[in-house]
Design a binder for this molecule. Structure first.
Ligand code: SAH
Length: 383
């Protein structure tokens, strides 16, 4: 295996899509910022709260439905505060409608995706923080395409607000109607878009109408392990859950699977994770994609167990979702079971992640990748 270089897409290269940030949206601003903007537009400050109540409180995104705003003000405010950010290109469902995946086109043509997952006791959305990703993990579909650009705060928040509206409409049978959990496990490396992601988290947790009113504990930020950014996140007044995509307990293999390991080694990234856990009191989730004959050997389970024993950690094993053209496959079930057994014997809490959304390429940038290839994954839609 050779490591891939971290090459961002050059937006000026011939044939490259021009990637530009979107216009400002109300979700980019806190309530005070919205009031200031509304006042600048010559409207009374209370309109900021009115329009925020529609968007965050009632999950109404279409200005035409905001009938308590006088028509002239509504148009002016919608122009400045509610520019359309996400155009749904494709919505797929599987698991009897309990998993829904949305592919969005952004204003500059970039494609990103989000997934809505309903469970009996909760509703989770998995959202993207960047169009593409610059981290180049060779087993990840998004990593293959490189980074197009960072998403704006509102582009991140709007994915959750849109899908919270889908859940509220009762579309996810057998689940509560209220969105409860958000995971930053879609496209992109959230900590490489630090300021916008932290602002988005603040919008997600602020009580309505300033934000969506989610619990901090129900938000998970997943990272390849950008150590300075993990330390910075620990110093925010937030206690969101940190997920660390470890995938290998030894530097030799992790240098290849997660190329940023060449900069911050396993021991450094785990130290940052333990400081995060100590600071926030939150158990860190260690993500480990099980790749057949690559990282699934018993000795790696034992080494991982030694690194994690006694720490505030939980291991989440993910059966590898093979990407198109990849030479890698998921570990066989008996190998996976042995890996779990060894971790548990070492006293490490371990679970295997369910494989929701597989049939709609609900993991890891594959729908956007399929769209770019011009293939049609809709044939696999079951609901
Ligand atoms: N950049 C962040 C978040 C996005 S990916 C991160 O790396 O954590 C979310 C999770 O899916 C990560 O743990 C990532 O390693 C994992 N993942 C990516 N491609 C995968 C694949 N093909 N099969 C299984 N898990 C994968």
């Amino acid at each position: 295996m050779t490591s891939l270089p971290l090459i961002p897409v050059d937006p000026d290269a011939p044939g490259a899509r021009r990637a530009t940030m979107p216009p400002q949206h109300l979700a980019d601003l806190d309530l005070a910022g919205r009031k200031a903007l509304v006042t600048e537009l010559g409207e009374p400050a209370f309109r900021a709260r009115q329009i925020s109540t529609h968007y965050f409180g009632r999950l109404v995104r279409d200005p035409a439905q905001m009938t308590d705003l006088p028509a002239a003000s509504r148009d002016r405010l919608a122009d400045q505060l509610l520019p359309p950010l996400l155009t749904p290109m494709r919505e797929l469902a599987c698991d009897d409608g309990a998993t829904r995946k949305a592919l969005w086109r952004l204003h500059d043509g970039s494609l990103v995706e989000s997934v809505l997952m309903g469970y009996p006791d909760r509703v989770t959305v998995c959202i993207s923080s960047q169009a593409g990703c610059g981290m180049a993990c060779p087993f990840c579909a998004t990593g293959q395409a490189g980074l197009t650009r960072n998403l704006s705060t509102a582009e991140i928040v709007d994915q959750a607000v849109y899908l919270a509206g889908v859940a509220a409409s009762g579309a996810v049978a057998g689940s509560p109607p209220r969105l409860s959990h958000v995971v930053f496990m879609g496209m992109g490396e959230p900590l490489a878009n630090y300021n916008r992601v932290v602002a988005a988290i603040r919008r997600l947790v602020a009580p309505a109408p300033e934000g969506l009113g989610l619990s901090q504990r129900h938000i998970t930020v997943s990272t390849v392990g950008l150590v300075p950014a993990i330390n910075r996140l620990a110093s925010e007044d937030l206690s969101v859950t940190l997920a660390l995509s470890l995938h290998a307990p030894d530097d030799e293999l992790r240098d290849e699977l997660v190329p940023v390991n060449q900069r911050w080694k396993v021991s450094e990234v785990l130290d940052a994770a333990w400081s995060y856990a100590a600071r926030t009191g939150r158990r860190v989730s260690i993500e480990y994609a099980m790749i057949k004959d690559v990282n699934d050997q018993p000795w790696r389970a034992d080494l991982l167990g030694r690194l994690l024993a006694g720490k505030l950690a939980h291991v989440n094993l993910i059966p590898l979702n093979p990407t198109p053209g990849s030479r890698w496959d998921a570990s066989p079930k008996p190998v996976e079971r042995e890996f779990v057994r060894r971790l548990r014997d070492a006293g490490v809490s371990t679970t295997v992640r369910d494989t929701r959304g597989r049939e709609i390429d609900g993991a890891c940038g594959q729908l956007a990748a399929a769209e770019d290839r011009g293939t049609d994954p809709a044939g696999r839609m079951s609901a």
